[in-house]
Design a binder for this molecule. Sequence first.
Ligand SMILES: C[S@@+](CC[C@H](N)C(=O)[O-])C[C@H]1O[C@@H](n2cnc3c(N)ncnc32)[C@H](O)[C@@H]1O
Ligand code: SF4
Length: 350
Amino acid sequence: MVGGVSRVSRAVRGLRWLRGGARVAADRALGTGSFPFSMTFILTHRCNFRCAYCDIPAAAGPEMTTTQFKGALDELASIGLVRASFSGGEVLLRPDALPIVAHARSLGLMTSLNCNAWLAGPRLDELARVLDLLVISLDGPERDHDRLRRRGSYRRAIEVLRGARARGLPTATISVLTPSNLHVVDEVLALADELGFYAYFQPAYESCFDLGKGVDPSLGGRLFVRLADTLRAARRQGRRVAASPGYLERLARGPRFGDCARCTAGRYWGTVLPDGRLVPCHLQAERGGAEPWPSGVEKGFAAAFRALDRPKGGPGCAISPYQETDLIFGFDSGAIAAALRRLRRDEGSP
Ligand SMILES: C[S@@+](CC[C@H](N)C(=O)[O-])C[C@H]1O[C@@H](n2cnc3c(N)ncnc32)[C@H](O)[C@@H]1O
Ligand code: SF4
């Protein structure tokens, strides 16, 4: 019976996804109006790690309450939200993180959550009940991962990836590449084969909030072509590369990956910051002297989404989940196929 209920609820999410897709197609063809198909909810900027390349914990500040986050989900779902992803900081530092995700699921939304795995082990049963995809950071084998992230964190990441697999919960990893761990791609892909996850790789940015600072300058220009070629070859060999061919094409153009003015951020997807402000994407959060981003707490979340200015220009980005999302909204068939593959549950899973 539980399996039957979960199949019905998966079908409900699938239908919502199809309806949302039709609405995006109508807007692209006829200008019928943009809407938030997919939103990332950053529940907190607090973190129990201090990863070498990350400036998020230093930005910790006011956070919305449980009721406010649930209200944001209700409001955005009422205007067409299909997919909610949850991230941080370390999202599981909030004791209400899983009740908030469960609320999203009760609204018929597809759900994913990114975390550093430290606190996830004891909550795997609950995570498997409320998520379509669990994304874990994995910056290489133990020596590299623990040096960049936190001692002991590799072991927990692997335990969580194994535990999720045992429960039939699809997983992906993100490996942020810095000058000191560029060599890890092959070892991460070997783990992906062993543990059944899809692996994203992306260059480290100077700041998570300020696209203008760009990618780590010591990642030389030739790296992008080389990395894209390595991942294309791995894809051809059937290895578990999360990226679509379209992302790899953009990656190879780095350090100018595209054009932010053409990106669908703020049109069909966006981010809710912990304090309730909306931004098209996290990398646009710093606005210098410009008008502050609209607050869902002050304006309501539907109005705040409609008030989002779209980026007027910029070099594009290599943040893999953002670029995959943008490609999907451009109806890139390779990106859609890659997304469906990442969400596939193993045979016989609940
Ligand atoms: C901000 S974290 C939040 C989730 C969780 N704390 C974690 O580490 O997985 C989301 C992803 O952003 C990545 N990230 C953090 N700082 C970055 C940077 N400077 N450039 C690129 N990616 C970064 C992290 O490694 C992680 O995979
Ligand atoms: S990457 Fe994630 S785990 Fe590391 S400090 Fe940033 S938010 Fe925390």
